[in-house]
Design a protein around this ligand. Sequence first.
Ligand code: DGJ
Length: 671
Amino acid sequence: MLVLHKECLLCSILPKRKHADTGKGRKRVLVVVLAACLCGCGRQEPAQDIVEEVPLFWEIHTTQELLEGDYLLYYVNCAGTQMEGQGLYQSSADQAYGADAGTGKMWGYQPKEYMEAVADTSGEGVMGSRWEIQEGASYDAEETGFYYDFELPQGEYEVTVGFYNPFSARTVCVDLEGNREVDSLKILKYKLTEAVATTEVTDGSLQVKVYNPDRGSDAMKDPILSYITVKAVPVYDEALLGQYLEQMAVPSGEEGRYTASSYQVYQEKREEALGLAAGEGQPAEYRKACEELKEAYGELEEIKVYGTFQVGKRWTDDEGNLIQAHGGQVQRIPVRDAATGEMVEKWWWVGEDKSAGYRGGIRAYSSDDLYNWHSEGIVMRNVDSREQLEEDPYFQELYGDYTEEQLDNVYACLSSQTAVIERPKMLYNQKTDMYVIWFHADGPTQYSDSNYAAASAGVAVSRTPNGPFRFIDRYRLNTCPKDQEDFYPQSKGMARDMNLFVDEDGTAYIIYSSEENLTLYISRLNEEYTYLATDPEEAVYGEDFIRLFPGAQREAPALFVRDGSYYLMTSGCTGWSPNQARYYRADSVLGEWENCGDPCVGDDKLTTFDSQSTCIFLADEDKGTYIYMGDRWNSEDLTNSRYIWLPVEFQEDGSMYLHYQEEWSLESPTP
Ligand code: DGJ
């Protein structure tokens, strides 16, 4: 058998290898044919020398072939059987040194009696198995370790060695081709640590040795080894950049498949690369251009078309952008079709735009099927400075006729630095043909720096549902009648989490948390839907407003009607954290509301399936399907808060239930 005998496994005799330049960049390597080993260990010994020419890596493979495999030649899942990624030269996850069954390449570990293959269920993939040193094995500081050899043509290679260490911290060293390339690398407990080094291979085979010469007599410092990857290091030049450009091209006509933002980054990188390819560059520039183009190409995000509700998952609009309509409301409204001028019905979703985090404006989306949404843009913008109100044409158009005092108020209520704009809801007023948005308008006041000091309800109006909405004012609302117990007498008329409801007779109501969120109120709106029906000073309890569950501390109200019965779903008050829902029923909006308890059933019911109510609407009149809309707030990153939409179930007596489902559709709302 022809073996490149680097080291006799048992007696460690190192046959000498001679290299001779062929003059063409290739090397001639002395290959040794083995008979019996000289030491009498039973192994074969060098018997005859032959000289073979070791080819250059780049002469063997096309760039195309390597690009496709990301230059990966070996990906060894040490002591494992599962392949994580397949290198070009291998067909199994790991093997003892020998010919690969699929590729014929010589590679694998040199078996040592002290090596123990260990499976680890706490790690996945290449972290799911490793080599360890057998307990009690005798340890030689320089010799004991893990040895791998990989057949490789001449060239430069990048070697990554990975360690998933379930034990106490320790150090490891990595030798490549007999040279210490990684010295005393600290591998921490339950951490994945990787070392990357490049090396030149000239003799047809790469030697990797992983060991810990500092182990001393402490077995807790034994080396381990989880995986090894070997990659070809590309020669970055004009030709390679050309290949990248060819390989990473979006076919014409397919540009629209990708989100505008990801396609724009890709386009920029592509143009930079094309510019470099047309001129002359340095290897580092070619490398940068290749790597950036590859990254941008890899990050091209396809626009998704939805046919189901994927509960709590990323939800993108028809341009691929994350939907930003938190604390929102969905309804079917009449909208003027831009093309025909005719009034058509559309699903309309308004909500908080949290793309910049906590503070933002109000955004709207339209849809024909409730799954796929088109952004109608920010329908009410917040304001960056007082000057912007008078200088920016967008605001000039809206507020050109406002007095200085009114402009000061707009700035105080919509400032992008201080204002809090939450839980917007919209109504279409048939009488005035106006769209009216109410929202929880909050922020600091002259008396308090708190973000929730103003505790008011804001109003904005527009002729079109996609705005721009003109902010009118923010108001404190009704107050606790003198003959009832006020749970927060020190601050009257507060209004925070809110919702709107229009009854069958066209009367609109605002439902909101008041008295420092301790008591919910329902107040009747005027016919234009732009203010209360009656000023708080004159409002009559029971006719103009009611208080609900004084002291019960409920928020996030969602009111809807079904078969003449009124439902109000609410949450508790725990900031951005979810809590248990409760719903109430009544025969009329300003009637007697009965506590019906928690509608949620199953695991996570105590946190409303990790969500907070914002709206419940009739999605399919024929089937009578109502949808619960909740927010799964991500307080660390509000932009990435998710939506929980679930079908509401009703029993014959009208009691309502919510079950969690990961995915569902209007066609089959229940599993
Ligand atoms: C709970 C409310 O329901 C949300 O709208 C928001 O105001 C958070 N509190 C802020 O903590």
